[in-house]
Design a protein around this ligand. Sequence first.
Ligand code: B12
Length: 235
Amino acid sequence: MSDPELKIPEGWEERAVKDWEWATLWEAVEEGDHGYAHERVKEAIDVGIDPRVILDDGLFPGFNVQGERFSEQIIFIPEMLITARAMKAGLALIRPLLAANDEKPLGTFIMGTVLGDMHDIGQSIVTIMLENAGFEVINLGTDVHPDRFIEAAAEHNADMIGFSALLSTTVYYQKVTIDEFVKAGHRDKVHILIGGAPTTQEWADECGADGWGGDAMLAVNLARKLITEKRAAWA
Ligand code: B12
């Protein structure tokens, strides 16, 4: 088994500033040095690099190479966790920049990772992008019990809910959670979106979701479309 190599994002020089280098951030995320990752992301923000460029060109390369190693069992949970922590240290800094949107919220979105599943990088990115698009997002975190989703939907009078799942064993809880919404009489009050690497549009249809987002941009476009249709139906 060959060790996966870091993939350098094509054209990164044009998207950064003159004399910029990302290699030390790639390495910091790869090695899980969250303090240094924080420092480099702060520098990138200070010199005015676009936050989405920081995410794609600065943070993802080191995360992805470790992700591939984890999938190939070259590294294990402890190493992957420290890389995730470094990734999140960077995400925390760019979040307020991407989320800066002072307009009245477009709608309320409850986001969470389903029961039994601890993966939260993907849903955190979707959360940031939804906030950036003007949604108020209440993020319930990981390992969320169906009852907790239902309580939060009622408490915040949510327009939409998103269930993330990364394991082939936990995608099942997307369906279970939707079924619980039906039993609780709350299914017609919200739009439900699902996502996460092992999910597909077919699975979304099968489990009774209103939509599927393969990545953060698709998730945002879908959420926008559904909320616009909902508002139009009320008008
Ligand atoms: C990081 C990681 C971990 C970290 C998680 C840290 C964290 N804070 O999230 C740690 C080390 C804890 C971990 C643990 C485990 N993991 Co893991 N993990 C990964 C890894 C490397 C990356 C996942 C990730 O963050 N991807 C990046 C994000 C950006 O992508 P994403 O989540 O798909 O999100 C995008 C879209 O899917 C979409 N999206 C996501 N959510 C939502 C929600 C909605 C509503 C919408 C619309 C869209 C949407 O938008 C996102 C942005 O574009 C993957 C392998 C890989 N290379 O992908 C394995 C992987 C998911 N893990 C795996 C496994 C097996 C495990 C463990 C069971 C390992 C073990 N032996 O214990 C445990 C499970 C723990 C648990 N109960 O959850 C397997 C799953 C296999 C399977 N099919 O079931 C994978 C695929 C690795 C592998 N090939 O073996 N893991």
